[in-house]
Write a protein that binds this ligand. Structure first.
Ligand SMILES: *Cc1c(COP(=O)(O)O)cnc(C)c1O
Length: 404
């Protein structure tokens, strides 16, 4: 009989860059998961804001299996129907005229940053290469994206970092006015900081960035890897803010659990990626594209997007009720189904202590930094699962408050 993999095997065989939970989930359906011992969990984590339609949603299973029986991969020496359909779908539903497909958020951001640099280089010359980003921002783990990201610990210890990158303070336009100049090629920002603590940008901040970019002929890049594809209650968050970027990146919810990423831009900028300037073997893979197309078509409907907004209210009510009883949170915030609960001063830094307690109670949740409990469930999570998940969360929070 084949050996059943254990958590100890993980430590034995894997590079030690992760510290996963002890329990190993083996099956999921909707917003419920089961582990090797058959224990059940409600999923408020959604694979870190990825499983936009929960686990094994029939629409995605159908799209994937249909494509799996037709064609898996060609490379970009050929194009394929699902990739073209996905690109057209994204163009039809956003500001964009052109799309670059890849397999992850980090890759989409890497492409966005290279495109911005290349565009500025071609239109203005070598000097225009500076990138403005923000403290606490997160843009991926490639060397360029960790350097642009605002959490220095992720970029340190790997030798010289790429130059020409500066960091302002999120939601502080004055800090950007001090940094931006004629040598700036791009400003990169998350409309709502995800990993940095679930902090929505103010509308004035995003509009101010738009104006500054226009004044200095710099490109505005929205990293919507976490906020995109229905997560905040609109297809992309920029559509609610009414501020349009020049480049937008998407991944996570885009594939509903299948690895895919996309960079969207305009006809004005896209030509800077001329033949041979950039590429990816898997970019536009037919399986990934077929799933992403099905996910967008399902999610970008009034029923699903209204449902996200309605569930936001339900999450908030439950969390406020838990907080009335136990007083562990200082603030509950977020948009749509990307929700953060910041810990009260007495529980400073202890959001991470809730996770193992929640797992024991049968709930998967997330953190965003040590001080914010984060939830990013399926966009179609049934209200019964929200209620049951919140009952489990309350038991975990009570245990934290009782000091066990
Ligand atoms: C997760 C995330 C990324 C990185 O995406 P990967 O698929 O892990 O490479 C980039 N930006 C934001 C805002 C993210 O939340």
């Amino acid at each position: 009989m084949r050996h059943t993999p254990t958590r100890a095997d993980f430590d034995h065989y894997m590079v030690p860059n992760y510290a996963p939970q002890q329990r190993i989930p083996v099956r999921g359906e909707g917003s419920r998961l089961w582990d090797q011992q058959g224990r059940e969990y409600i999923d408020f984590a959604g694979g870190i804001a990825v499983n936009s339609l929960g686990h094994c949603h029939p629409v995605l299973v159908e799209a994937l299996t249909r494509q799996a029986n037709r064609l898996w991969h060609l490379s970009n020496v050929y194009t394929n129907e699902p990739a073209i359909e996905l690109a057209r779908c994204l163009v039809d539903r956003t500001f964009a005229d052109k799309v670059y497909l890849c397999s992850s958020g980090g890759e989409a951001n890497e492409a966005a940053l290279k495109l911005a640099r290349r565009w500025a280089h071609d239109h203005h010359g070598e000097h225009k290469h500076r990138i403005v980003s923000f403290s606490q921002s997160f843009h991926g783990r490639t060397f360029f994206t960790v350097s642009v990201g605002g959490q220095p610990k992720y970029a340190q210890g790997f030798g010289p970092v790429p130059g020409g990158i500066v960091h302002g303070e999120f939601n502080n336009l004055d800090s950007v006015r001090d940094l931006i100049d004629d040598d700036t090629c791009a400003v990169m920002v998350e409309p709502m900081q995800g990993e940095g603590g679930i902090i929505p940008a103010t509308p004035e901040f995003l509009q101010g960035l738009r104006d500054l970019c226009d004044n200095f002929d710099a490109l505005l890049i929205f990293d919507e890897v976490q906020t995109g594809v229905g997560r905040t209650g609109s297809l992309y968050a920029y559509q609610q803010y009414g501020v349009t970027p020049d480049i937008l990146t998407s991944a996570k919810s885009l594939g509903g659990g299948f690895p895919v990423g996309a960079m969207l831009t305009t006809d004005h900028i896209a030509p800077a990626f001329a033949i041979g300037t950039h590429g990816s073997t898997y970019g536009g893979n037919p399986l990934a594209s077929a799933v992403a197309l099905a996910a967008i078509e399902f999610i970008d409907t009034p029923e699903v997007l209204e449902g996200v907004k309605r569930r936001h209210g339900v999450f908030r009510e439950h969390l406020e009720e838990i907080n009335r009883k136990h007083g562990v949170f200082r603030e509950i915030r977020g948009m749509g189904l990307l929700i953060g609960a910041e810990m009260a001063p007495e529980y400073e830094g202890r959001a991470k202590d809730i996770l193992p307690l929640a797992i024991e109670e049968g709930l998967m949740a997330l953190i965003a930094g040590p001080n914010v409990l984060r939830m990013a469930p399926s966009l179609v999570i049934p209200e019964a699962d929200i209620a049951e998940g919140m009952a489990r969360l309350e038991r975990a929070v009570a245990r934290l408050a009782e000091g066990q």
